[in-house]
Design a protein around this ligand. Structure first.
Ligand SMILES: Nc1ncnc2c1ncn2[C@@H]1O[C@H](COP(=O)(O)OP(=O)(O)OP(=O)(O)O)[C@@H](O)[C@H]1O
Ligand SMILES: [Mg+2]
Length: 267
C-alpha cells in the first residue's frame, strides 16, 4: 500500500519543493518505489529531477506530453518519467495552471472536483510505496486536491515569522476545510519540519521556541534542515552525488526520512 505525503505551508519559498524532492531521492535510494507528482505549474520539482536524470544518464531529457494534456486525454500514466532506479516523476509544466478551469467544465461541484486527483492515482497504489506531491504555495483546487489525496502532510516551517503564520493558517485550513468540509479520508499531519534560515542564529532559536509553544514539541521534527549552499546549487545543477557537500546533504535527508518513517509508523 502506498503512503501519500505532501510537504506544505501557505507561505511561498519555504522549502516545500526542496524537501519533497530530496525526501523522494532518499526513499528511492533505500529501495522504496517512489513517485513524485508535481502539481506546481512552476515545475520546480520536475526541472530538478530532469536535470538529475541528465546528470545520471548523460542524456538530454525532454518530455512529450504535459500533465495537463494527459489529464485532458485521459491518459496520464504515459506521462510518468523514470528519474533513476525506484524514482519516477509525473512532470508539471506551465499549462497545469489551467487545471482548475478545466475541472470546472468536467465536474459541477467543487467537492467533487477535489476528489478527482485521488481517483486518478488510486490505481497506482499497488505500484508505489510512497507517492509525494509537490504543491504550489497558494490555496486553490490544486492544493485542495493534493491534500484530499494525502495521508500525511509534512509542514515545512522556515524560521521566520511569516512562515510561522503560514504554518498556523495551514493547520487550521487542514482541519476546517479539508477534514470538516471536504471529509478528506486519510489526511493527518506527520509533523512540522523546521528549515533554518541562519543555522542556529537567534532568529532560528526564537522561531523554533515559538513554534514549540504554538504546535507542541511532540509535533515538531527533531531533525532540522540547515541552510546549505549545495541545496541551492541543485536548482541549477540538479542533484549530484559526487563530493562531501553532496554527502552532507544526503546525511541530513537520511535523518529526515528516518524520523519521518518513525513518526508515521507510530501514528
Ligand atoms: N536548506 C536550504 N538551504 C539552502 N537553500 C535552500 C534550502 N531549502 C531551500 N533552499 C532554496 O530556497 C529556495 C526556495 O526553496 P523551494 O523552492 O524548495 O521552496 P518552495 O516552498 O517549494 O517554493 P514555492 O512556494 O515557490 O513552491 C530555492 O532556491 C531552494 O534551493
Ligand atoms: Mg515549490
Amino acid at each position: 500500500m502506498t503512503t501519500v505525503l505532501t510537504f506544505s505551508n501557505f507561505k511561498g519559498g519555504t522549502g516545500k519543493t526542496t524537501n519533497s524532492t530530496m525526501t523522494g531521492i532518499e526513499l528511492s535510494r533505500r529501495g522504496h518505489k517512489t513517485l513524485l507528482i508535481d502539481l506546481d505549474p512552476q515545475a520546480n520539482a520536475t526541472n530538478l529531477y530532469l536535470k538529475t536524470k541528465e546528470n545520471e544518464s548523460g542524456e538530454l531529457v525532454t518530455f512529450e506530453q504535459t500533465l495537463m494534456a494527459g489529464i485532458r486525454s485521459g491518459d496520464i500514466k504515459s506521462t510518468i518519467i523514470n528519474v533513476f532506479k525506484n524514482l519516477d516523476v509525473l512532470p508539471s509544466s506551465a499549462d497545469f495552471a489551467l487545471y482548475p478551469r478545466y475541472m470546472e467544465s468536467v465536474r459541477k461541484d467543487y467537492s467533487e472536483r477535489v476528489k478527482y486527483l485521488s481517483e486518478l492515482i488510486a490505481p497506482w497504489k499497488d505500484e508505489y510505496d510512497y507517492i509525494l506531491i509537490d504543491v504550489p504555495p497558494t490555496i486553490s483546487l490544486i492544493t485542495d486536491s493534493a491534500l484530499y489525496a494525502t495521508d500525511y502532510a509534512v509542514i515545512v516551517l522556515q524560521t521566520q515569522e511569516r512562515s510561522l503564520q503560514g504554518a498556523e493558517a495551514f493547520i487550521q485550513y487542514l482541519q476546517e476545510t479539508l477534514v470538516n468540509q471536504f471529509h478528506a479520508p486519510t489526511l493527518d499531519v506527520a509533523g512540522i519540519l523546521p528549515v533554518l534560515l541562519k543555522n542556529g542564529a537567534p532568529v532560528d532559536l526564537s522561531t523554533l521556541s515559538k513554534a514549540e509553544k504554538m504546535f507542541g514539541k511532540e509535533n515538531m521534527f527533531q531533525t532540522t534542515i540547515k541552510n546549505m549552499e549545495r541545496l541551492k546549487r541543485y536548482d541549477v545543477t540538479g542533484v549530484t552525488f559526487k563530493d562531501q557537500f553532496d554527502r552532507a546533504v544526503q546525511a541530513v535527508y537520511k535523518k529526515v526520512v528516518d524520523e519521518l518513517l518513525k513518526r508515521i509508523s507510530e501514528e
